[in-house]
Design a protein around this ligand. Structure first.
Ligand code: GAR
Length: 189
């Protein structure tokens, strides 16, 4: 069995979609939900599905072992980020080579980087009068929103779209594709 840890900072709707998708999977399971916030909605999602949780402590994450020992002890093989807002430290990337992926709510390399998350992304897309946006699923490296791209899906932007309506369209694309892409990557790993 390959064991996934999902890292999330917020509501956790992508985490929930992945938990559902892998619930009865033959060879992949979501075994741990990790958050940097003790009151994040994603921890309730984990509780409802009886999945173990881990709340990160900043000092240990960035200047200690980056919780690599705890993750290895839990038997984690793969990490997926789903709205996780802290940068991934080098120690964690080294401990999980080619085994950390992220989803970003825009068509990278545009609209990525520090501070580019959630509504900030969609507002920038609207302000620049783009005609399309979408999602990017990519491997994680030492830079924000930068590693090799695995998958992208697009949606068009209409004249009456706002940052809020775009957020809803993009989230729908994320829910549709993220679990399937994670499955493909893990089955090939
Ligand atoms: C998702 O749209 C995800 O792409 C985004 O946060 C949202 C989390 O939603 N991530 C980033 O912006 C990372 N740069 P969720 O908590 O409902 O899954």
């Amino acid at each position: 069995m390959k064991k996934i840890a999902i890292f999330a900072s917020g509501t956790g709707s992508n985490a929930a979609k992945n938990i559902d998708f892998f619930k009865n999977h033959k060879s992949i399971s979501v075994s741990l939900i990790v958050s940097n916030k003790s009151d994040a909605g994603v921890l309730k999602v984990a509780e409802q599905s009886s999945i173990q949780t881990l709340v990160l402590e900043k000092e240990i994450f960035f200047r200690g072992n980056a919780f690599t020992d705890e993750l290895k002890e839990a038997g984690i093989n793969f990490i997926i980020l789903a709205g996780f807002l802290w940068k991934i430290p080098t120690a964690l990337i080294k401990a999980f080579p080619n085994s950390i992926i992220n989803i970003h709510p825009a068509l990278l390399p545009k609209y990525g980087g520090k501070g580019m998350y959630g509504q900030y992304v969609h507002q920038a897309v609207i302000d620049n009068k783009e005609t399309e946006t979408g999602i990017t699923i990519h491997f994680v490296d030492e830079h924000y929103d930068h590693g090799d791209i695995i998958f992208q899906a697009k949606c068009s932007i209409e004249e009456n779209d706002t940052a809020y309506s775009l957020a809803a369209k993009v989230l729908q694309l994320e829910h549709e594709h993220y679990p399937k892409v994670v499955e493909q990557v893990l089955l090939q790993a």
